[in-house]
Design a protein around this ligand. Structure first.
Ligand SMILES: N[C@@H](CCC(=O)N[C@@H](CS)C(=O)NCC(=O)O)C(=O)O
Length: 212
């Protein structure tokens, strides 16, 4: 069975887990809890993925793969059930990939923002950097509010997975920022995303961290 280096705290892993559930593959992948700390490279994980990042997927008899988008594409190829997450039609595919990049881009803002504000001592924090992250996240959320109607009209794809996982991550870690305020269309879409069984089965949680 393939083994996924996993954490219930990671938005990138959440994206992969939602994809695995959507494709009917969740029971065919073993998950192993791996703590990928951005400030402490993980020696064991680096033997598999030199970047020391999760999600990373070890496959029997095949090379390992990493990056959530890559693993989601693997799931789309392997799974015989559920929606086609990476559409074949060229225009549908580029829009799905754009929105995958939009959701992942929000995660790419949220992760270092979290590290800066919760893991770094106050005197080492950069208010200018934090303000830049807040403004970029805000403009992305405003863009989503304007465009979610057209995005939601498409068949469910990897863009929806990434955007939904990113919004759920903001709820999990940045509830005080209250992103739904003033963005009713996006909030309504996110409510429908949260109702999917694949999303309900993969909730974020602060589990105890493993030692290694
Ligand atoms: N682009 C990667 C990002 C993965 C990533 O940054 N994961 C975090 C966990 S949420 C991580 O492993 N951080 C450890 C590090 O940056 O060293 C993906 O989509 O999988």
């Amino acid at each position: 069975m393939p083994t996924l280096h996993w954490s219930p705290r990671s938005p990138y892993v959440r994206k992969v887990m939602v994809a695995l559930h959507e494709k009917g593959l969740a029971s065919q992948v073993t998950v192993v809890r791996t703590h990928a700390d951005p400030l402490i490279p993980h020696d064991g994980l680096m033997q598999v993925n030199p970047l020391s990042k999760i999600p990373t997927l070890e496959r029997e008899g095949l090379p390992p793969i990493w990056d959530s988008r890559v693993i989601c594409e693997w799931a789309d190829q392997e799974g015989t059930e559920g929606p086609r997450l990476f559409p074949a039609d060229p225009e549908a595919r580029v829009l799905a990939l754009r929105d995958e990049a939009t959701g992942s881009g929000l995660m790419d803002i949220a992760l270092p923002w979290l590290v800066e504000t919760r893991m770094r001592p106050e005197e080492q924090r950069s208010p200018q950097q934090i303000d830049a992250w807040r403004r970029k996240a805000g403009s992305t959320l405003d863009w989503l509010e304007e465009n979610i109607g057209a995005i939601a009209a498409r068949d469910f794809d990897i863009g929806h997975v990434a955007i939904g996982a990113a919004l759920s991550y903001l709820d999990f870690r940045f509830g005080a920022e209250n992103w739904p305020k003033g963005r009713p269309q996006l909030a309504a879409w996110h409510t429908s995303f949260r109702a999917r069984p694949s999303v309900q089965a993969t909730e974020f949680r602060d589990d105890p961290r493993p030692a290694g």
